[in-house]
Design a protein around this ligand. Structure first.
Ligand SMILES: NC(=O)c1ccc[n+]([C@@H]2O[C@H](COP(=O)([O-])OP(=O)(O)OC[C@H]3O[C@@H](n4cnc5c(N)ncnc54)[C@H](OP(=O)(O)O)[C@@H]3O)[C@@H](O)[C@H]2O)c1
Length: 335
């Protein structure tokens, strides 16, 4: 066993892409890094599968019950090299609020990541740390893959409507409403990465931290569509899953991708330093799999980014001193 040089944290680790990350991590990186695989339920069958995968890790890797445990993550040793914000949810129900009173997709896909990152900045390696948000092409209505979807060309809404939309338009149907909420949450995540990058750039102690986003592509072997209509969950998903390896062989970074390919791209974003795609300082980088891309126009709107940041700070109730970031200090947005 080699001495571990840093810690990788992955949220939503028991899910389809999370387990694929664990598989590749144990083979390619676990001699150099320690893995912390955060789950919300330590006893569900997917967590048992994850546990089996991690038995092969060369440095001890752990399954971590994330709920209410943020304080323990501060004491991680060695410090964090990469934090992968992978937990994600797509609903097909009418609007569903969390115990905290926020729309569920907003809280799972965006706000909990905002809080986690700000709390963990102090535990990151000062000279090399990356925060990687797992996004989706749905954040960009002009993306060729999104054009066929019933997304709105402008997704922004002011607070508090952004966190808990007041009056969903029932005429649209649950699938459309769920998809829109998902797309919006991915847009907030993209804006967060860009704003985070500009904030850490402005602080000498944190300026080596890089905030990135990776779109894993269409990965139909996972459970992300667990609430979708039967036709999507069963026959269509099964068909796409069978077709994926062939389609990926023809178009390696195309619309359909295996979980293994998604995991490889995400781990490259975490650890690659010498290559031409990620590079040594991938500040504010957006990757569609293994290709650099420009994120949606709306995600680059600095006024909206600032509004989202300030609104989110109020929602999570963080004060100066709760995070390594100076909350009042802005900075140039490099994107
Ligand atoms: N699959 C795709 O085509 C695709 C495309 C673009 C982006 N993505 C993104 O990739 C990421 C991974 O998704 P996946 O495809 O692997 O789907 P998945 O199999 O459903 O995995 C999602 C993970 O998120 C966790 N999660 C869901 N709700 C949560 C909550 N309330 N609190 C904490 N954890 C929660 C799930 O936990 P449990 O295991 O306990 O259910 C699961 O581990 C997501 O962010 C997704 O949006 C996926």
């Amino acid at each position: 066993m080699e001495k571990s040089q840093g810690t990788l944290i992955v949220t939503g680790a028991a899910g389809g892409i999370g387990r694929a990350i664990a598989e590749r991590f144990t083979v390619d990186y676990s001699d150099t890094y320690t893995g912390v695989f955060a789950v919300r339920n330590t006893s569900n069958p997917n967590t048992q599968l994850l546990r089996k995968i991690l038995l092969k890790a060369k440095n001890p890797s752990t399954i971590f019950p994330l709920e209410n445990q943020h304080p323990r993550l501060h004491r991680l040793s060695p410090p964090i090299t990469a934090l992968v914000l992978n937990a994600g949810y797509m609903s097909k129900r009418s609007q569903c609020l969390t115990e905290d009173g926020y729309e569920t997709t907003f809280q799972v896909n965006y706000l909990s990541n905002f809080l986690l990152v700000l709390l963990l900045l102090q535990s990151m390696q000062p000279l090399h740390a990356r925060v990687i948000y797992i996004t989706s092409w749905t954040h960009d209505p002009s993306d060729p893959h999104s054009r066929a979807l019933p997304l709105q060309s402008e997704m922004w809404r002011p607070f508090p409507d952004l966190a808990a939309p007041s009056c969903p338009d029932k005429k649209l149907g649950m699938t459309t409403l769920g998809l829109r909420r998902y797309a919006e949450s991915k847009l907030w995540g993209m804006m967060f990465m860009q704003k985070l990058q500009s904030r850490v750039n402005a602080m000498p102690a944190l300026r080596h931290i890089c905030a990135l986003a990776v779109d894993p592509g269409g990965v139909f072997s996972t459970d992300i569509m667990r609430e979708q209509a039967w036709i999507w969950r069963q026959p269509l998903r099964g068909l796409l899953r069978v077709m994926t390896p062939c389609v990926q062989w023809v178009a390696p970074n195309g619309a359909l991708r295996t979980a293994g390919k998604a995991a490889r791209d995400i781990l490259n974003a975490c650890f690659e330093v010498d290559g031409t795609v990620v590079g040594r300082w991938p500040r504010g980088l957006y990757l569609n799999g293994d290709v650099r891309k420009v994120s949606s126009e709306e995600s680059r709107d600095e006024v909206k980014q600032e509004e989202l940041w300030e609104g989110s700070l109020k929602l999570v109730g963080l004060l100066e001193g709760d995070t390594a970031l100076m909350l009042g200090v802005g900075g140039p947005n490099l994107l």
